[in-house]
Design a protein around this ligand. Sequence first.
Ligand code: UT7
Length: 334
Amino acid sequence: MYNSKITGLGFYVPENVVTNDDLSGLMDTDDAWIQERTGIKERHWIPKNSDDTSAVMGAKAAKIAIRKAGLTKDDIDFIVFATLSPDYFFPGCGVQIQEMLEMDTIGAIDIRNQCSGFVYALSTADQFIKTGMYKNILVIGAEFHSNGLDKTTRGRGVSVIFGDGAGACILSRTEDNKKGILSSHLHSEGKHADKLIVESPSINNWVPEIIDSKGEDISFYPYMDGTFVFKHAIVRFSEVIMEGLAANNLSPSDIDLFIPHQANLRISQFVQHKFKLSDDQVYNNIMNYGNTTAASIIIALSEAFEKGLIKDNDLVVLAAFGSGFTWGSVVIRW
Ligand code: UT7
C-alpha cells in the first residue's frame, strides 16, 4: 500500500474586505459583539460585479497548488471538490474544474459535508492514493456564501460569521510510509441535520412553492441553532482529535501545529486549553476570513505553510465539525 502526502498548496480569497463596521450598516450588529462572540474582525465577500464563484475561486486556488507542487494540469489524475455552495444544484463544481483547467477527461467528485468537507475530501483522496488507483489528486475546498446570506437583522446570528474563499492542495503518492497522511477519522450524526441547515430549495419545496409563499418561506437562508451547534462542536472536536492521536500512539504534546476548522475562535480556544496547547501549536485565521466552511482548513493550512510555520517532519493535526452533523480529523506527518 502507498502513502499520500501534500505536495502543493494554494488559496484564493476575493479582494473585497467586509469589516464588522460595514455589517453594522446593513443590520443591527456591532464590532464588539462579533469579535467577542466569534473572534472575527473581517471577512472577504465576492462583490456583485465579480465573476468569482465557488468553482472559479477553486480553479484559481488549484492553479497555484499545481504550480507549487511542481506539476502541470496533465499530471493530475482526479479531482475532489468540497463545497456547500456549488455554482449549480447539479452538476457539481468538480467537473467545472476539469473544464476550467482544460484537463483531460479525468474523474471528478463533489463532497457534500459542509464544515467537515475538506477533512472528508482529503480522506477520500487519501484512500484513492493508498490503493494505488491514482498518483496525484487535486483536492479543493471553496465557498461562495455571501450571496446566500440573510443580510438583515433577522439573519445576523448567521450572516456575520461566514466568508467567501477557496483553498486547494495536491495529494501525491509517496513510498515513504512514515510521512504524509497517517490517519483520518470521519463521523456523522444525521439526527441533528435541522440544527444547521439550508432547507430549500429542495425537491419537496421547489422554487414555485417558495415564490407562492410571497416572502413567508425563508427556508432558503441558512438556519443555525448556534448554541446547540457550539456545545456539540467542542465535544466532537475533542473526541476526534484524541481518536486520531490515539490511533497513532501520539498525545496532544506531540502536535506541532493544530489547524481547526475556523468556525468560531472560542471553539478553537476551548480545544487549545483542553489539550494544553501553546499559541504556537495552534493556527487560527478566522479573524481575517470568517468561517469559510469547506475552505477554512485548507486556506489556513496554505497560509500557515506560506508563513513557514510547518517544517519537514512536523506533526500537523486537522479537525472539523459542522452541519450534518459531521466531524473528522486528519493526522499528518509533514
Ligand atoms: O462552522 C460550522 C459550525 N458552526 C459553529 O460551530 C457555530 C457555533 N456557534 C457559535 O459560534 C455561536 O453560537 C454564535 C456565534 C453563532 C452565536 O453566539 P452565542 O454566544 O451563542 O449567541 P446567541 O445566539 O446565544 O445570541 C445571544 C444574543 C441574542 O440576543 P438576546 O436573545 O440575548 O437578546 C441574539 O439575538 O445575541 C444576539 N445576536 C446578535 N447581536 C448582535 C445574535 N447575533 C447577533 C449579532 N450582533 N450578529
